[in-house]
Design a protein around this ligand. Sequence first.
Ligand SMILES: [Zn+2]
Length: 134
Amino acid sequence: MKRRVCPHCAESYTPTMADLRKLGLEPTAATTKGWKKGKGCPQCFNSGYLGREAIVELLDIDDRVRELIYEGTMTQLNRYLQEINFVSFRVSAVQKITTGVTTIEEVLRVLPHTVFAHPPSSPSVTWLPIAAVS
Ligand SMILES: [Zn+2]
């Protein structure tokens, strides 16, 4: 489950180079402008997050991914993400971060880091160790 940034106390902030690198993004106006973090208020009990939302609903991914996120191994998930339209999945997650819907911490807490390890221009098969052996 992924929490949304609390709308009552959300503040814009500029992601660090390390943040952008984790998502495989270049530091441009489009990728750095919309980031938000809740600073904490009575409505969110000072957590900065409000409500809980299944990451699967937030990202429009299918039942199989849902199942793998909750019950499968990272290897299974990575392999399946390679099979489906993985690019749109990644793009969707990045979009939620760069438009302030959620934070990079939340996304990386739920998804395998390898999902964001390489920029979108890279062929998707090169970024997973598993690809080399299969
Ligand atoms: Zn709040």
